[in-house]
Write a protein that binds this ligand. Structure first.
Ligand code: MF3
Ligand code: CO
Ligand code: CO
Length: 257
């Protein structure tokens, strides 16, 4: 069931979004050689709590598993749900993808960003450019009367032009009263099995996860991290977006800008 949000809800999701974006800006300042993913996680959790929020991921339940951390820190071939562990040390060259959900006053926001540590190849830089372009092209489709699959195809068509492919089996989603709401927003067209019409009042988390090599992924031994099957690198950007009568409003911030 898709929950439409009113102006009061929008104000709450905006507050949560400010804290979520502040968390990513903090992460950007912290990221450097030698620190652990746990350190980044702990600093972000402290920040969220200092702002009166709660990390939405902490205690999140899915498939009979409970997530025990406040953020996801995914590196290189980890597509999403990388664990922020003490022994995950940042060593250049590396892609560091930070994903943060914040609950504030009962409202959720969700945002993720990819950070580059050290010198990476031009092809990796192109992956980041393509993934970000896919995010903004997808958001351009967030207009009433469009379909959720228009988002999927905007992502797919954008990255295919660069020779990349969205990861299969991972999705964006509705967001706001819960971290994950309907609709499911597939990144890869092969996954599409439902297609809602976009309406004003929807709040959506748009999150292209784009692979340099194969679109196929598998779950890591820790049961959480989703990794590319060929171990080639992957990028991830995510914004929380609200759909007004006259089009989308991006509630989270561009951390490169
Ligand atoms: N990566 C997911 C998203 O952006 C949320 C992670 S849920 C967790 O929607 F439990 F793994 F943290
Ligand atoms: Co997220
Ligand atoms: Co999300």
């Amino acid at each position: 069931m898709i929950i439409l949000k009113n102006e009061i809800d929008l104000a709450g999701i905006k507050e949560a979004s400010k804290i979520a974006s502040g968390s990513l800006r903090l992460a950007k300042r912290l990221i450097r050689k030698g620190i652990s993913a746990k350190y980044i996680n702990d600093e972000i959790v402290d920040y969220i709590i200092s702002k009166g929020g709660r990390p939405s991921f902490l205690g999140y339940k899915t498939d009979n598993k409970v997530y025990r951390y406040g953020t996801c820190v995914s590196i290189n071939e980890e597509v999403v749900h990388g664990l922020p562990l003490k022994n995950k040390i940042l060593i250049p060259p590396m892609l560091v993808k930070i994903d943060v959900g914040v609950e504030f006053d009962g409202y959720h926001s969700d945002t993720a960003w990819t950070f580059v540590l050290g010198e990476v190849s031009d092809r990796v830089l192109l992956l980041l450019k393509a993934t970000k372009e896919a995010l903004y092209n997808a958001i351009d489709m967030c207009k009433k009367g469009k379909r959720v699959s228009d988002i999927t195809y905007a992502i797919y068509d954008t990255v295919k032009r660069y020779g990349f492919e969205p990861a299969k089996g991972v999705t964006g989603h509705g967001v706001g009263l819960e971290l994950h709401e309907d609709p499911v927003i597939f990144n890869h067209p092969d996954d599409v099995d439902s297609d809602a019409i976009i309406k004003s009042g929807m709040a959506l988390a748009i999150e292209p996860m784009i692979n340099m090599g194969t679109a196929d992924v598998k779950t890591a031994r820790n049961g959480w991290a989703i990794v590319t099957k060929d171990r080639k690198w992957s990028a991830h950007y995510e914004h929380t977006v609200y759909i007004h009568d006259d089009g989308p409003e991006i509630l989270t911030e561009d951390i490169d800008g």
